[in-house]
Design a protein around this ligand. Structure first.
Ligand code: WT7
Length: 634
């Protein structure tokens, strides 16, 4: 059985096998792992519920597969290289043995704090090794981790803690990012004051030693609870379908939902996709620049690499500090072989000029990856020419928080590359295109709505606390299909190009943001009556946020109003969701049933005023002229 594809024939054979006999295919991939009890049935599924079970009846612990399994054969190999924010600071490294020890000790420390199997533990932390150690420690004892990106506001953190009914929060004191030192613990304290009644303990890692308020009833010191605990923690025997983690993500309506991934299927899928997409070899140095607060970090900084016994790198800082050469400097210094980043970072660095990238020796690189948003051709070409010197394959990987791992991607030096195309599905992945009425589109050279018709092991199982919402969001638009929310084009040879979201979800710098969330935040600002938010093309961010706002009465000071709108978004969501443009409007174009016609607003926001389309069915067609007239020129 081929577990790492090397040739086009390997890919074709694996793909065929995965469709003809998926259970056999995935059982073969799962065989190499340590199981406490082998599964009874590889796959049971029904997309109506949905009810998807992989490796049902099996028992395992994912950390035994990430750590214990490797300690025996590559215990002294570096598991983690941590690169700090300051360019002259030495790296911290952890061998598999050292990481194993830390995780076991912290697992025991968590137990001593009363954390048990099934409890939810929220992390609000910068990119420091203690975050990885903490996640794995949770998985070791069967606690469910939920990581909240440390750029979210106190309100967002509170929303997630409350929804997950978390027992413990783990945080740092501060977050060093570039020249800034951002308070973290303070935000946690603010969140707890917003009614997080289930939290019993706050575990604080003193990363910078900066001042903070200490609440002796709740707060415990990460290092102190590690003192004197036993060095081995028996890994909890988890059912294959026991939850491993919850990760909150935005949709087209309401508050973010908690996407739930379970243990065995996620494990097998993260490992298989990591090994194949990056063509990882034993002595490679793999670096993914994502934040662990997003799914990319979960699957391709932590779980995928560790499951494959890889050396994975984690970077605390930002690409622009101390200058726009930082990524290239890190690649040169550490002889990075696989580099995985986001189009928004590529565009931002490209805009700084070629002299930064040209200064460094990037010859160690073997594979370049991108993820998170559509990559434009210019950025793709720059990545290919300036970073890869026209010699290194690029993998444009398409996937989602909900998919757990990569679904559509080129395979380096195995399948061909076409700029801006995510290309072909991985083995086990069966994408299809449908039209808006749900009819299957079978021909090539077409566009459609991207759906997946068969489960893969990493598919989400539910949304935390609300299974109906999971069904409605992903499995109801088209019966018996998983609907991705993306539109895609399929070329004559069957390659997919992801066009972007077809729902009310924005992708700003690779961050997924729901328009409804931003509108709610704007509407909470004093003096705002109603608002509508749409995306518009942005050179660096991919999409920018454009807010049309109806104000109460006549506005004396537009700048003040805009400031308070931006502040409200900061407080409710976080700085990543700040509107780039705010236009005060007398009304919003609405249909007779009162629905906002976003199509029209999107046109105006993109500066495409000439071709607004039919507005005769609007309740208030006159506002369109008014909005057009006052739209800022971009
Ligand atoms: C949405 C998912 C997957 C981890 C990071 C984002 C967009 C993702 C690509 C790509 C075009 C992409 C899609 C998708 N997206 N990768 N290679 N090309 N678009 O995860 O936050 O759940 O967002 O990101 O629109 O639906 P996410």
């Amino acid at each position: 059985m081929v577990t790492q594809m090397k040739t086009l024939d390997d890919y074709k054979n694996a793909y065929k096998a995965s469709v003809e006999n998926p259970e056999q295919f995935w059982a073969d991939q799962a065989d190499k792992f340590v199981w406490k009890k082998r599964w009874d049935k590889v796959l049971k599924w029904d997309f109506k519920g949905p009810d998807v079970r992989w490796f049902d009846g099996g028992k395992l612990n994912i950390t035994e597969n990430c750590l214990d399994r490797h300690v025996e054969v590559r215990g002294d190999k570096t598991a983690l290289i941590w690169v700090g924010n300051e360019p002259d600071a030495p790296n911290k490294t952890y061998t598999y043995k050292e990481l194993f020890l830390k995780v076991n000790k912290f697992a025991n420390a968590l137990k001593a704090q009363g954390v048990k199997k099934g409890d939810r533990v929220v992390f609000y932390m910068p990119m420091i090794p203690e975050l990885m150690i903490g996640m794995l420690a949770c998985a070791r004892i069967g606690a469910i981790h939920s990581i909240v990106f440390a750029g979210f506001s106190a309100q967002s953190l509170a929303d997630r803690i409350i929804d997950a009914e978390a027992k413990v929060v783990i945080c740092s004191d501060y977050n060093r990012r570039g020249a800034k030192n951002i308070p973290v613990k303070t935000v946690v304290d603010e969140a707890l004051a917003l009614g997080c009644k289930t939290i019993e303990k706050v575990i604080v890692y003193k990363s910078t030693g900066g001042d903070m308020v200490w609440n002796p009833d709740m707060d415990v010191d990460y290092c102190k609870i590690m003192d004197g605990v036993a060095e081995f923690c028996e890994p909890e025997a988890m059912e294959s379908e026991d939850p491993l983690f919850i990760l909150y993500t935005s949709g087209s309506t309401g508050k973010p939902k908690g996407v739930v991934h379970t243990t065995a299927g996620y494990m097998v899928f993260a490992a298989y996709t990591f090994k194949n997409v990056f063509q990882y070899q034993e002595n490679d140095i793999y670096w993914c620049t994502a934040d662990i607060g997003w799914v990319t970090g979960h699957s391709y900084i932590v779980y995928g690499p560790l499951l494959e016994g890889a050396t994975t790198m984690m970077f605390e800082g930002v690409p622009s500090y101390p200058d726009a050469g930082r990524f290239w400097d890190i690649i040169e210094k550490n002889k990075v072989t696989q580099f995985y980043t986001a189009p928004t970072a590529i565009r931002a660095l490209m805009a700084e000029g070629d002299e930064f990238v040209e200064k460094y020796d990037l010859s160690s690189l073997k594979v370049l990856g991108t993820v998170g948003e559509p990559i434009n051709e210019e950025a793709w070409m720059w990545y290919f020419e300036k970073v890869g010197k026209r010699a290194k394959p690029i993998v444009d990987t398409w996937w989602q928080t909900e998919t757990g791992g990569i679904l559509i991607t080129p395979l380096p030096l195995i399948t061909d590359m076409r700029p801006t195309f995510a290309s072909y599905p991985l083995p086990g992945v069966q994408p299809i295109l449908v039209d808006p009425a749900g009819n299957l589109i079978t021909e090539n050279g077409v566009e459609g709505l991207l759906c997946i018709k068969f489960p893969w092991p990493g598919i989400l199982r539910t949304t935390w606390g609300d299974h109906v919402r999971c069904r409605q969001t992903y499995f109801s638009a088209f019966p018996d299909l998983y609907f991705t929310g993306d539109g895609a084009r399929r070329d004559e040879d069957g390659r997919y190009r992801i066009i972007g979201r077809v729902d009310d979800v924005l992708n700003v710098s690779g961050h997924r943001i729901g328009t409804a969330e931003v509108e709610n935040a704007i509407n909470m600002a004093p003096g705002v009556v109603e608002s509508a938010v749409v995306g518009f093309p942005h050179d660096i961010k991919g999409q920018g946020i454009y807010a049309f706002v109806i104000a109460q009465g006549s506005v004396d000071n537009i700048d003040e109003l805009k400031k308070s709108i931006i502040n409200s978004v900061r407080v409710e969501i976080g700085p990543i969701a700040k509107p780039d443009i705010i236009q005060i409007v007398p009304g919003l174009p609405k249909t007779r049933s009162g629905k906002i016609m976003r199509r029209i607003l999107r046109k105006i926001a993109s500066g495409d005023m000439s071709n607004i389309g039919d507005i005769s069915t609007l309740l208030n067609p006159e506002v369109v002229e008014e909005i057009k007239k006052n739209a800022p020129t971009l």
